[in-house]
Design a protein around this ligand. Structure first.
Ligand code: SF4
Ligand code: SF4
Length: 382
């Protein structure tokens, strides 16, 4: 096996990033039993990290890029081992040396797009607010109730733009005094950080923090659990604190305060998928379900729900990497939703929706189930 980076350096970087906790690992294997990879192929992050701590990891292997940072194994580990941090540390070395296996090569172009345009989709910064064309969505100004931060996928991806528009229509209907940053909004940086590009994360975070401070932002509404996670838990590393609220929490709040009235009924059988970065990483499990119930629908739970939710496969930068057919967790998730008779698979994350739509279209009975963001459902019943 070829090791590109000096072995000593790999070990030191892992330790510096919390990987030192791996010395407490007593090889019980619990982490392997919950890792979603083992539903589609044999994989052990435990072995990858163990080999790395002995200086034996081939930094060119695709295995160091597999972890979706879903959060299941740290949740189960009885010894407090930080598997995600150790895995990201390995990627940091690979990124520094510019070593990307073929399935991961896109990370390089994603990085270039983030630097040039502030988004991973190679779209122009100047078109960032085009999703709101034809709607009266104002620019944020100091004193407004809340900043709406749609994030990259909702700003540019044609499927996800529908979610941004549904969100803005709900906010308008509820009389919320909100605005957007438009071209001054940059990618939150959460996923590029998980690919190991710490410098680019810091650059994006600083750009956003400057925009927030310049505009006098106090409270931020996000659609993506990835934006939510990094604004809430990672931006405080820069000694700033903004109040962050996810759209599912905000809808719950608006309904509870009587600002948003549900007048119709969404008469369908719906199952809800907990996105890893909303549920497991940030403990938001109840509000999405409560909001869905308010729409008068029939809510059914599928297998692997709540804190044991099956990852869609898009976290940790995997949304940008190639996953061959037969190894896509999202295919399994659609099957779980179909098997409980759901007509609609609802969720609240742009990566989950992107992966689920792709999996749905690859099914022969793809028309049998719809994929909906919670805002799309609520927009239909108000
Ligand atoms: S669950 Fe924790 S202690 Fe057990 S093998 Fe995995 S990392 Fe080691
Ligand atoms: S965080 Fe999730 S994907 Fe990563 S190794 Fe743990 S269980 Fe597997």
């Amino acid at each position: 096996m070829e090791t590109v980076a000096p072995e000593k350096e790999i070990i030191e970087v892992i330790k510096a990033n919390g990987g030192d906790a791996f010395k407490y690992c007593y090889q019980c294997g619990l982490c392997d039993t919950v890792c979603p990879w083992n539903k589609v192929r044999a994989f052990s992050m435990r072995k990858v990290i163990r080999q790395a701590t002995f200086g034996l990891t081939d930094i060119e292997t695709e295995d160091i890029w597999r972890c979706t940072t879903c959060g299941r194994c740290p949740q189960r580990c009885p010894r407090g081992v930080k598997q995600i941090e150790s895995g990201v540390a390995l990627r940091r070395i690979a990124t520094e040396y510019g070593v990307f296996p073929s399935a991961v090569k896109s990370v390089r172009t994603i990085g270039a797009s983030l630097v040039a345009e502030g988004n991973p989709l190679n779209e122009e910064r100047g078109k960032r607010a085009n999703w709101a064309e034809g709607m009266s969505v104002p620019s944020f100004s100091e004193g407004m109730e809340i900043l709406y931060f749609p994030g990259c996928y909702l700003s540019y991806d044609p499927r996800m733009k529908r979610v941004a528009r549904a969100t803005a229509s709900i906010l308008s209907k509820a009389g919320v005094d909100f605005g957007i940053l438009g071209t001054k909004e940059s990618c939150c940086g959460e996923s590029i950080r998980k690919t190991g590009d710490e410098e680019l994360f810091k650059r994006l975070a600083r750009e956003n923090i400057k925009s927030f401070i310049d505009a006098g932002v106090k409270r931020i509404l996000v659609s993506s659990p990835h934006c939510y996670h990094t604004f809430k838990n990672e931006y405080p590393e820069f000694r700033v604190n903004f109040e962050v609220v996810h759209i599912t929490q905000y809808l719950f709040e608006l309904i509870a305060e009587g600002r948003l009235e549900i007048s119709g009924q969404y008469a369908k059988r719906v199952t809800y998928h907990d996105p890893c970065y909303l549920g497991r990483h940030n403990s938001v499990f109840d509000e999405p379900r409560e909001v869905l119930k308010k729409a008068g629908l029939e809510l059914v739970e599928m297998a692997d729900c709540g804190k044991d939710s099956l990852c869609c496969g898009g976290g940790g930068g995997r949304i940008w990497m190639e996953t061959p057919k037969g190894e896509r967790f999202s295919d399994l998730r659609i099957e779980q939703a179909v098997s409980v008779g759901a007509e609609v698979l609802a969720t609240s994350c742009p990566y989950c929706i992107t992966n689920f739509e792709d999996s749905r279209l690859n099914r022969e009975d793809g028309e049998a189930i719809e994929i909906r963001d919670i805002t799309e459902i609520i927009a239909e019943v108000i």
